[in-house]
Write a protein of this length. Structure first.
Length: 84
């Protein structure tokens, strides 16, 4: 079976149409992202007004994780030193 030949102009039109649609989709996705960001900020403000600071909690969690990783590396180094 022979596949139909598509002219160069048809291919150009197809790709231009696809790009146009994808640009519109990206614009809509950006609008949704902005709405999500606004909603997250509103919830964070509400929590902060209630005395809950998620940013401070995230910093504390990150610090604890870093300390745990440093302790793990130090313990691994001690074992390597004993074996070496």
């Amino acid at each position: 079976m022979e596949q139909p030949q598509i002219s160069r102009q048809e291919l150009i039109g197809f790709h231009k149409g696809a790009i146009s649609i994808l640009i519109k989709e990206r614009e809509e996705m950006y609008k949704v992202l902005q709405i999500v960001e606004q909603l997250m900020e509103a919830h964070l403000r509400s929590l902060k007004e209630m005395g809950i600071d998620l940013e401070a909690q995230a910093r504390q969690a990150a610090e604890a994780l870093q300390k745990a990783q440093e302790a793990k590396q130090a313990a691994g180094g001690n074992i390597a030193n004993r074996l070496g």
